[in-house]
Design a protein around this ligand. Structure first.
Ligand code: KG4
Ligand code: ZN
Length: 334
């Protein structure tokens, strides 16, 4: 069988990334240029600044990826691109680059939904086995998705308000930790104890999540401690917050796996890099006899390898876009 090489491009937020993936699973070369150091000055991603840096970076990242892979664009079979959801200006830079390459080199253009990319990051580890449950935990999403086949996404539940990553980042801000807060809370929590009592969000029978109440509880706690003249024990707060946030996603995931009798679980998105979440999800899955896959850290946060991997399966299914493909800031998973 002929090998298929997909060149993926990702630019939905503050990472400019290009990757070449062979047959959906073999990482030939992946280059990621992160703008974290630029945005942390502002406490979060500034969309206009992000777009400008994508413009500056994208050709260098592409060149570096081709050089690393020792390949030319003529040798790839298709160009996979994140068309959404994400920051419109940022998405457009990647999309226009992909369209230009597809046009110049006569390559098919494969549209990839950003969350489908996060899910398919797992196929860089081992092929997806169906039916599976995907727990998507990122800066913009917290969802439970059932998949009976490739690109067959059934949403079982999702957040009613903030995404878990957004909540991590806002809580980190209250604690005066640098953007992005998720990894900082993760690290700090190793030094703390679970001493603050925070409410477990949305303890109900649904597959939905809610994180705005937990965020408000942390904000209120911080104000109350300040009014009483107490210093916030940041490490303890990190431990207490993380315990509750992780427990919420783990218990809903467990319920969905048992109710639906699903034996394969995959975790996707930036928050999948969280050490406690990884530990608790693996423990829970083992307890109920479910096979679990969590991508290596480098494939958890935004990268083009996951886009190229999803692009491979989309390519095999005959999914193609024409040059009228536009960027979408929000779009249901498909
Ligand atoms: O998937 P991602 O790179 O971008 C989106 O598509 O949203 O996820 C970014 C999110 C941020 O909220 C960041 O704080 C969080 O993932 N994150 C973490 C960790 N690493 C990244 N959250 C908790 N623990 C981590 N170790
Ligand atoms: Zn993402």
């Amino acid at each position: 069988m002929k090998d298929i090489y997909i060149l993926g491009i990702e630019s939905s937020c503050d990472e400019t990334s290009v990757s070449i993936i062979k047959n959906g699973s073999e990482d030939i070369a992946t280059v990621i240029s992160s703008q974290i150091d630029i945005h942390k000055e502002y406490g979060g991603v500034v969309p206009e600044i992000a777009s400008r840096h994508h413009v500056k970076n994208v050709t260098f990242v592409l060149e570096e990826c081709l050089e690393k892979a020792q390949m030319t664009i003529e040798e790839v079979d298709a160009i996979a691109i994140t068309y959404g959801p994400g920051l419109i200006g940022s998405l457009l830079i990647g999309l226009e680059t992909a369209k230009t390459l597809a046009y110049l080199y006569h390559k098919p253009l494969i549209p990839v939904h950003h969350i489908a990319g996060h899910i398919y990051a797992n196929s860089l580890v081992k092929p997806l086995e169906f039916p599976l449950l995907a727990l998507v935990v990122s800066g913009g999403h917290t969802e439970l998705i059932e998949m009976k086949d490739h690109f067959d996404f059934q949403k079982l539940g999702g957040t009613l308000d903030d995404a878990i990553g957004e909540c991590y980042d806002k809580v980190a801000r209250v604690m005066e930790l640098e953007y992005p807060g998720g990894p900082k809370i993760d690290k700090l929590s190793k030094e703390g104890k679970d001493t603050y009592h925070l409410p477990i969000p949305l303890k109900d029978d649904s597959y939905n999540f809610s994180f705005s109440g937990l965020k408000s509880a942390v904000i209120n706690l911080s104000h109350n401690e300040a009014q009483r003249g107490n210093t916030l024990r940041k490490a303890d707060l990190a431990t207490s917050f993380q315990k509750v946030a992780v427990e919420s996603v783990t218990s809903k995931t467990r319920k969905a796996l048992l109710d639906k009798n699903i034996k394969h679980l995959i975790v996707a998105g930036g928050v999948a890099a969280n050490s406690i979440l990884r530990e608790q999800i693996i423990k829970m899955a083992e307890e109920i006899g479910v096979d679990v896959s969590v991508p290596p850290l480098k494939y958890c946060t935004d990268n083009a390898a996951m886009i190229a991997s999803a692009g491979y399966y989309a390519y095999k299914l005959g999914k193609r876009a024409n040059f009228s493909l536009n960027s979408l800031s929000s779009d249901p998973l498909k």
